[in-house]
Design a protein around this ligand. Structure first.
Ligand code: PLP
Length: 483
């Protein structure tokens, strides 16, 4: 199996990994030769070899359960295993979306309470749990913005303002909703440039979408002024709440003047992020927008919980009720941490990011030298001046057994190195990361070649990223030796 360079090719003609019982029926005729597929080549290995092969492959995996995973903007945090256990209880997993409301009262109660908890945490009036990813929540929020203006007969508002540090999904969601997009620049401090907003905020603008904290890992202290300006001119303020991990239990986004926010339960609330899902991107809205939330919402009267559709709902944005398993984990996380625990989580997330900032700022350029929130954005431009790119630094970290941070995002920081340590990492782990980064900074001066050719200790060396995406080689191919 040498085509993927990871393990030796152990396939040999004639080896077999399973024993079939003797035939006790007449053998079936094979189809005519012309219809037999020749390209279906399978490796021929024994059972032990097969087990060892897959076990060895599984050990190449790197995840938050095996080591530090400091991807900025992604909140790859440790998710307590007990929440997985709770979500796998058969009462939750065996439930069917076509069941009657009467027979699913426990699930509806959980959804109803989760809606209320998320509204409380964000300082909003209502929540829809239906959207199934952060970007899906963005799209939902923007559809609500559109419906809100249409409902008021305000047909001129066809534009969404975003910032130049926005996540790429923000413009994509706006365009999918049929909006035009304009970008407000950031100022030298990493805040939104108020003067530019002042000149751009007109009667064509439906909403400003502002990630908070920003993807630079910063709290924009002008937020109340921003909100005032947007609202005074008839617009709405929408939040990308993917960075909620910095605010949990401490700052209510609604109190900052936002009209709605989408959350990423698969980042902040105990569902592993990455690996393609399932995710959940609930939208929490203020009173002016709750009527437009997608259906169904869960409510209760004196006797029972039930699904309802808000008066001016934008309708359905997905099948059934959203990703229920993710909701169970979020509910369990909120209940097991409690209000104080949520506060402590965000406090530690912010403390850890600031610790890294202070420890590394003498070695890496810090474009915005101020207290950061849950993530810190460095630039590798000092190293770049010596011919070492941020990609080289990231690849070299692999040799130290560490997952690299996010690189080259946000786009407004050249050679960006965006690190989010999260709340659960110990001082020991952070120090190991700091030491590796310091060592790499030294190597960049003394031995840049070792960085250009990194990684050296990993099962595969530096890959052609573009080819790996465009032509992924994910399966076994018969090599000459095994044929
Ligand atoms: C700031 C920000 N907004 C939106 C998203 C999109 O979330 P999702 O990947 O769940 O669609 C991300 C994803 O990492 C993000 O970092």
């Amino acid at each position: 199996m040498s085509r993927n360079y990871l393990l030796p090719d152990i396939s040999r003609p004639g080896k077999i990994g399973c024993s079939l019982p003797h035939l006790d029926v007449p053998p079936a005729e094979l189809p005519p030769k012309g219809l037999l597929r020749r390209e279906l080549e399978l490796p021929e290995v024994s059972e032990t070899e097969l087990v060892r092969y897959f076990t060895a492959l599984s050990k190449f995996n790197y995840g938050v359960d095996t080591g530090f995973y400091p991807l900025g903007s992604c909140t790859m945090k440790y998710n307590p295993k007990c929440h997985e256990d709770i979500a796998s209880l058969s009462g939750f997993t065996s439930i069917h979306p076509y069941q009657s409301e009467e027979s699913a009262q426990g699930a509806l109660q959980l959804m109803c309470e989760l809606q209320e908890y998320l509204a409380e945490i964000t300082g909003m009036s209502g929540t829809s749990l239906v959207p199934m990813a952060g970007a899906h929540g963005e799209l939902t929020g923007l559809l609500m913005v559109k419906a809100y203006h249409q409902d008021r007969g305000d047909k001129a508002r066809k534009k969404i303002l975003l910032t130049d540090s926005s996540h790429g999904t923000n413009p994509a969601s706006a365009v999918m909703c049929g909006f035009k997009v304009d970008t407000v620049p950031s100022d030298n401090e990493g805040n939104l440039d108020l003067k530019s907003l002042e000149s751009m905020m007109n009667e064509e603008v439906a909403a400003l979408i502002l990630t908070m904290p920003t993807t630079l890992g910063l709290f924009d202290p002008q937020i109340i002024e921003i909100s005032q300006l947007v609202h005074d001119r008839g617009g709405l303020l929408g939040g990308d709440g993917a960075n909620l991990n910095a605010f949990l239990g401490r700052v209510k986004i609604g109190e900052l003047g936002y009209d709605y926010v989408q959350l990423n339960l698969h980042k902040t609330f105990s569902t592993p992020h990455g690996g393609g899902g399932p995710g959940s991107g609930p939208v929490c809205a203020k009173k002016n927008l709750t009527d437009f939330l997608p259906s169904p919402l869960v409510t209760k009267d004196n006797k029972k919980h039930m699904f309802i559709s808000p008066a001016k709902s934008i309708g359905r944005v997905g099948n059934f009720y959203g990703n229920f398993g993710v909701m169970v984990k979020a509910y369990a996380y909120i209940r097991s941490l409690g209000a104080e625990g949520l506060k402590e989580a965000s406090e530690n997330a912010v403390l850890n990011a600031n610790y890294l900032k202070e420890k590394l700022k003498a070695y890496y350029y810090l474009p915005y030298d101020r207290t950061c929130m849950h993530e810190v954005v460095f630039s590798g431009k000092r190293q770049k001046a010596k011919g070492v790119s941020t990609l080289d630094i990231a690849k070299r970290l692999l040799d130290y057994g560490l997952h690299p941070p996010t690189v080259y995002f946000p786009l407004i920081v050249s050679e960006a190195l965006m690190t989010e340590p999260t709340e659960t990492e110990s001082k020991g782990t952070l120090d190991a990361y700091v030491n590796a980064m310091k060592e790499i900074a030294r190597e960049a001066t003394e031995n840049p070649e070792i960085l250009h050719t990194a990684p050296h200790n990993t099962p595969v060396r530096r890959l052609d990223d573009v080819r790996a995406v465009r032509q992924p080689d994910l399966r076994w191919h018969m090599s000459k030796k095994s044929s």
